[in-house]
Write a protein that binds this ligand. Structure first.
Ligand code: PLP
Length: 350
């Protein structure tokens, strides 16, 4: 099978080695993860250590119940996966096949196109126009009419745009197939797509513990949909792909929403501060409802990223020749980390 491969980011160990610094000095502004540590997880991990010889419960009942309570849904409307990434792959496997069509606005999260191609279906990109890359609502609605599946990322990675609910509603109404709303960053936008599940039986909402809940290493995602859809996804998920410890960490995280809310508050505050500072450096910063900022840097974007990387600061670049070649994406982190980023940018920007 010859399909585009997902591009793995360089590892922190590789970056540290190349920059000649300790791993702890590397700051990742490229992965949209939380900058906050997970000391709170110590107790959960310690309690789980005694049962590492056993598989997780096959039905993930405690995790489904915790997610249902957190999202105001029933456990039958939820299935967990090893991150949203596994759930994206499972949605493609379950609902697409050779001859079917999946639509998405582009630029967006690259895995939708890869997952679509992996099952031999056609990926239909609908371009969002530079320089704003606003959600191309009318074109998506038109393309959705004969789509088997529409991938929507809300807010969108990499633009950070919060897609308006009326635009999503128009897509859901037009689409004869399924609409997958990847809400990986929804907490930072104050969005809650979960109630859509009760209103529309062709909507799948994907949520993650990797971003606002700060548990990227645990690899836990949640798909939410009508029980009939959940049953199909449940039937093809790899057995036990969410580890026992990860499921327990997710239960704790979902049961402690105030911890997540503190993270979101801190990031939203810092997002505004960092946007102003990058703007003051002369970069064009797109408005963002997520935990990252997409900035137009200019034709030297890749050189700037390389220079940052040599100083152990990792930012997200986009392929030369593509619509975002001149852009860099920065994850919003903490004020001291932003000081290091901005000070370094001041030195290296042409
Ligand atoms: C839009 C989007 N969806 C999903 C993911 C992956 O989520 P998870 O860690 O739950 O697999 C990412 C990761 O960056 C993302 O940007």
């Amino acid at each position: 099978m010859s399909v585009t491969r997902y591009q793995w980011q360089p590892t922190t160990a590789d970056i540290a080695r190349a920059a000649g610094v300790e791993v702890s000095e590397v700051i990742r502004f490229d992965q949209n993860t939380s900058p906050f540590g997970t000391e709170w997880a110590r107790e959960v991990v310690a309690a789980g250590v005694a049962a590492l010889n056993e598989y997780p419960a096959a039905d993930y009942r405690p995790l489904r119940e915790a997610a249902a309570a957190a999202c105001g849904l029933a456990p039958e409307q939820i299935v967990p996966g090893a991150g949203v990434d596994e759930l994206v792959i499972l949605c493609a496997r379950a609902f697409l096949s050779p001859g079917s069509r999946a639509v998405a606005p582009v630029p967006t999260y690259s895995l939708y196109e890869i997952a679509t191609a992996q099952v031999g279906a056609a990926f239909v990109p609908v371009a969002a126009a530079a320089p704003g890359f606003a959600f191309p609502a009318d074109d998506i609605v038109a393309a959705a009419r004969d789509a088997d599946l529409v991938w929507l990322c809300a807010p969108n990675n990499p633009t950070g745009e919060q897609i308006r609910p009326d635009a999503v509603a128009a897509v859901v109404a037009a689409c004869g197939g399924l609409v997958v709303i990847d809400a990986a960053y929804a907490e930072f936008a104050g969005d809650d797509w979960s109630p859509w599940i009760d209103r529309h039986d062709n909507v799948i909402v994907l949520r993650t513990l990797s971003k606002a809940y700060g548990l990227a290493a645990a690899r836990v995602g949640l798909a939410m949909a009508h029980p009939a859809i959940i049953d199909i996804l449940d039937g093809i998920r790899p057995p036990g792909s969410v580890s026992r410890l990860s499921a327990e960490l997710a239960v704790d995280a979902l049961g402690s929403p105030e911890r997540m809310r503190r993270t979101v508050e801190a990031i939203v505050t810092e997002r505004a501060v960092l946007a102003d500072r990058l703007d003051a450096l002369g970069l064009r910063v797109l408005p963002s409802a997520a935990n990252f900022l997409l900035c137009e840097v200019g034709p030297e974007a890749h050189q700037v990223a390389d220079a940052l990387m040599r100083r152990a600061l990792v930012v997200r670049t986009y392929p030369a020749g593509g619509p975002l070649a001149d852009y860099l994406r920065f994850t919003v982190r903490t004020a001291p980390e932003h000081d290091r980023l901005v000070d370094t940018l001041e030195q290296i920007l042409p």
